[in-house]
Design a protein around this ligand. Structure first.
Ligand code: TXA
Ligand code: MG
Length: 317
């Protein structure tokens, strides 16, 4: 299994040698490698068993570093970066040719993000290259929010997991692209759309599609446990499946069910966000055949939670 530790020097050494290291961010753990070295980037795809048509996000310490890798910032992109970086928002910006094709899957934009975690900030400010990092899970599975999550699935494939504790936000970054100066949401995530709108005004959303080739994180089925999962009215689902061993993940209510996880007794959407992926993993490991769950209030981070629940429950094609 991988070594779990908080030794930045070890992480730096491995990354400089072209190896991969799992890194903490405020959203989820990332599987990081030198974004400027195609062999390191190729190793990321192999380790995750991720199709190479699915581009990677490039992580930098700050705006100054981001300028090295992008041609230009639309005005509203700059406003968003100044307002929310470091933080859970990824901007899709015209890339410079310094970024290898493999990182962007040949697209002419690159996803750039400045993560808000002290250890990873330290790492990025020392390195003289940016880090390509997808979520540190096998393709299609639930993203990891603790070092143990990473170790359980990728531990035999990577040497080191930088331990930054449990992720504070717990949902992947919100991805924003631009049509001219018009922001377009490509993935809902850890920064709410309301906050983005407060800063730059109206945004478009471009999310759905079951086979959208430019943003496979938006595949209809993604972020999914191995067990079958259904979303609906928990009470009705329990009575319709009374002969099945069922696990319940509820938002706030206590269903007095033997296998049950309540995301937030106080109805707090932040708490529900950072507990969601752990809850899905825990339930996936319980002795149940079906996970039943429900949508949460559809505002703020609730929109991103509902997006992940819906994709987790979608039929795999
Ligand atoms: O919070 C996060 O964003 C985490 C942490 C580790 O930073 N990373 C993450 O990466 O969620 P990943 O690879 O699991 O999801 C990135 C998503 C993918 O769905 C990919 O298709 C999309 O970002 N993406 C990346 N670059 C893109 C681009 N140039 N155009 C469109 N979509 C892009
Ligand atoms: Mg992912």
């Amino acid at each position: 299994m991988a070594v779990i530790g908080s030794d930045i020097q070890e992480a730096i050494k491995l990354l400089r040698a072209g190896d991969l290291v799992a890194i903490p961010t405020e959203t989820v753990y990332g599987l990081a490698g030198n974004a400027l070295r195609p062999e390191a980037v190729a190793r990321i795809f192999e380790t995750k068993e991720r199709p190479t048509f699915d581009p990677l996000i490039v992580h930098v310490a700050n705006l100054e570093q981001a300028y090295r890798y992008v041609e230009s910032f639309p005005v509203k992109a700059l406003e968003l970066a100044k307002h929310f970086w470091p933080g859970p928002i990824t901007l899709l910006l015209p890339r410079r040719s310094l970024i290898p094709d493999l990182v962007t899957s040949g697209l002419d934009t690159v996803g750039i993000r400045c993560p808000d975690h002290p250890l990873t900030q330290q790492l990025l400010s020392v390195l003289d290259f940016p880090l390509a990092a997808p979520s540190a899970n096998p393709f299609g599975y639930i993203s990891p929010t603790t070092p143990d999550h990473v170790n359980q699935q990728l531990g035999t494939k990577i040497p080191y997991i930088l331990d930054g504790g449990p992720c504070r936000v717990g949902l992947e970054s919100t991805i924003v692209g631009f049509e001219g100066d018009q922001p377009v949401i490509h993935r809902m995530g850890g920064l709410s759309i309301e906050k983005i709108v407060e800063t730059v005004g109206m945004v478009k959303t471009y999310l759905h599609s079951s086979s959208n080739p430019v943003a496979p994180g938006q595949l209809k089925s993604h972020y999914a446990p191995r067990k079958k999962i259904v979303v609906g009215d928990i009470k009705e689902l329990l009575s319709a499946n009374s002969s099945t061993r069922t696990g319940v993940i509820s938002f706030q209510r206590d269903y007095s069910h033997p296998y049950q996880i309540i995301l937030t007794k106080d109805g707090n959407l932040n708490e529900a966000s950072y507990r969601l992926f752990s809850a899905l993993r825990d339930m996936d490991q319980q002795d149940v055949d079906l996970i039943v769950t429900e949508l949460v209030p559809d505002h703020g981070l609730g929109k991103a939670i509902n997006d992940r629940l819906t994709r987790a429950a979608a039929q795999r094609d």
